[in-house]
Design a protein around this ligand. Structure first.
Ligand code: PGA
Length: 250
């Protein structure tokens, strides 16, 4: 299916002063990786991360961006700023941002368009809560999230986007979706993408699973047909664990 991408999401962890050495450690531990290896770091760590990743296979991503080009938006960071630093990827619409920072399907769409316009690769997160899963509306909800995220985006651009399926109830809880549950939704996302664009586009797009993916369960999840990688929180903070996940993806 899509190109395999294993991306770490550091969230609000690690200091700028720890970043250079840690990214070097990740590069060494994942040397020879057959998939794309990405570290998404806090804004303040990005410059050091990019410096450390230079001349290695590791790519660097941000965890958010603003959708405007520039101006009076105190505390915000633009796509141009990320590009200027040498950042390649950006996470958009993570459930923690939707939950705690009022991110909506509309802002996710605006941010995705801006990232694409500026040449950043968006990692767009979608996922249901436990209540929504128990109500049996998982796929309906995911369809809305995906359709809104991609509104107004042409196929040529849409294929560049990475979609991360992250069930909210599995994030940071140690409760992973079963490989079957994850596969079912990732397959559903690919079908929605095929309806929006084309079968070939859907076969090329990268769909990740995220939510307590770790060194112990990665192989089983990544063996599934429609899971082309992972967005890894906790396990991306230890280079040895992260490296096991990267190996499982090849
Ligand atoms: P987790 O986080 O691996 O710690 O569950 C995943 C994510 O939120 O991207």
């Amino acid at each position: 299916m899509g190109k395999y991408i294993i991306a770490g999401n550091w969230k609000m962890n690690k200091l700028p002063s720890e970043t250079y050495d840690f990214v070097k450690e990740v590069a060494a531990a994942t040397e020879g990786a057959k998939c794309e290896v990405v570290c998404c770091t806090p804004y303040v760590c990005l410059a050091e991360a990019v410096k450390a990743a230079k001349d290695t296979h590791v790519k660097i991503g941000a965890e958010n961006l603003h959708f405007e080009d520039k101006g009076a938006f105190t505390g915000e960071v633009s796509a141009d700023m990320l590009v200027d630093l040498g950042v390649d990827y950006v996470i958009i619409g993570h459930s923690e941002r939707r939950q705690y920072f009022a991110e909506t399907d509309e802002t996710v769409n605006l941010k995705t368009k801006k990232a694409l316009e500026k040449g950043l690769i968006p990692i767009v997160c979608v996922g249901e809560s436990l209540e929504e899963r128990e109500a049996g509306i998982t796929m309906d909800l995911i369809a809305i999230q995906v359709k809104k995220a991609f509104a107004g985006i042409e196929a040529a651009d849409a294929k560049k986007v990475v979609i991360a399926y992250e069930p909210i109830w599995a994030i940071g809880t140690g409760k992973t979706a079963t490989a079957e549950q994850a596969q079912e939704v990732c397959e559903g996302i690919r079908k929605i993408f095929a309806e929006l664009y084309c079968d070939k586009c859907a076969a090329e797009v990268t769909i990740q699973y995220g939510g307590s993916m770790n060194a112990g369960n990665a192989a089983e999840l990544l063996a599934k047909n429609d899971i082309d990688g992972g967005l890894i929180g906790g396990a991306s903070l230890k280079s040895a664990d992260f490296a096991v996940i990267v190996k499982a993806a090849q």
